[in-house]
Design a binder for this molecule. Structure first.
Ligand SMILES: CC(=O)N[C@H](C=O)[C@@H](O)[C@H](O)[C@H](O)CO
Ligand SMILES: CC(=O)C(=O)O
Length: 320
């Protein structure tokens, strides 16, 4: 059994992996990045080496080094560090899971293998179980992201009886818009203390209504504070205020989605907002264009989303 731990809740930032202009991982800014999340965004939980972190584009040794750096720099500052250890190779995944345990991670998460794929729930569970067993004292999260893995096994089905197979199972990161599936995950597991972490930032309010206990996302890197205001309004049952916040966030996400939004763009936005150089993404991703960054900057200002002193060219005065 996993050591009893505080349940993971609230916002979890899916961290970017900073890179140098030459395409090497850039560990030197991670200390600054931790401070930015904690102090400027009020976000104290992170999800490392996931989609946003280009985890599947890094070598195993890079993934280990990135995870170590977050653990070291986050010590005594962050509440929980969850490390994504999913890989196509079961062996690599187990190696990463064991490594996460060794460095004291608060959780591990795994996506479905996405090249040679599991076609049934039982096969997927068996894969996850073998990974989880490599870190028998670490809380385990299944990371459901069917649009990227192509594995469409419904989360609700997967969760049915999962703790019998994976005793460390502690929760679900649900990155899909199927709120029937998500709602049924919550509804059918009310007796458990699972974390239900939603991963579609622009729809978080709907997921809160369905029983989400937290959220993992890329936008909490720079919209953490704004999203926390939404969570607080929801907690106070001030739904119209919560909806205002959600719409405000949606206006921004809708704007970037229309320009073409993904991990590369997240890197550019975070560089702009935090002033910390995130660098380019790694191939097959391509760096966001200058035009993208310029229009995003204008949009963020018009939405009054930033205290503009945070902007790296900080000559614009504080908003909000
Ligand atoms: C596919 C993807 O990267 N999803 C992220 C996390 O699951 C989200 O945080 C999105 O970036 C966000 O919801 C914007 O669409
Ligand atoms: C968004 C998210 O959870 C990820 O980057 O993996």
């Amino acid at each position: 059994m996993a050591a009893p731990k505080k349940k993971l809740q609230g916002l979890v930032a899916a961290t970017i992996t900073p890179m140098t202009e030459n395409g090497e991982i850039n560990l030197s800014v991670i200390g600054q990045y931790v401070d930015y999340l904690v102090k400027e965004q009020g976000v104290k939980n992170i999800f490392v080496n996931g989609t946003t972190g280009e985890g599947l584009s890094l070598s195993v040794s890079e993934r280990r080094r990135v995870a170590e750096e977050w653990m070291t720099k986050g010590k005594d500052k962050l509440d929980q560090v969850v490390i994504h250890v999913g890989a196509l190779s079961l062996k690599e995944s187990q190696e990463l899971a064991q490594h996460a345990a060794e460095i004291g991670a608060d959780g591990i998460a795994v996506i479905a293998p996405f090249f040679l794929k599991p076609w049934t729930k039982d096969v997927l569970i068996n894969f996850l179980k073998e990974v989880a067993a490599a870190a028998p004292a670490v809380p385990f999260y299944y990371y459901h992201i069917p649009a990227l893995t192509g594995v469409k096994i419904r989360a609700e089905e997967l969760l049915d009886g999962i703790q019998d197979k994976i005793p460390t199972f502690q929760g679900l990161k649900f990155s899909d818009t199927d709120l029937l599936d998500f709602g049924q995950c919550v509804d059918q597991n009310r007796q458990q203390q699972f974390a239900f972490l939603f991963g579609v930032d622009e729809q978080l309010l709907s997921a809160l209504v369905m029983g989400a206990t937290g959220a993992v996302g890329s936008t909490y890197n720079y919209l953490g504070k704004k999203t926390s205001q939404m969570l607080e309004a929801f907690e106070r049952k001030d739904f119209s205020l919560a909806l205002n916040y959600q719409f405000c966030i949606q206006r921004f996400i809708n704007f970037v989605v229309k320009l073409g939004f993904g991990v590369s763009q997240t890197k550019a936005i975070m560089t702009l907002v935090s002033g910390i150089p995130m660098g380019p993404p790694r191939l097959p991703l391509q760096k966001a264009s200058r035009e993208f960054t310029d229009s995003v900057e204008a949009k963020l200002k018009s939405l009054d989303f930033l205290s503009f002193t945070d902007l790296k060219d900080g000559n614009l005065e504080a908003g909000s």
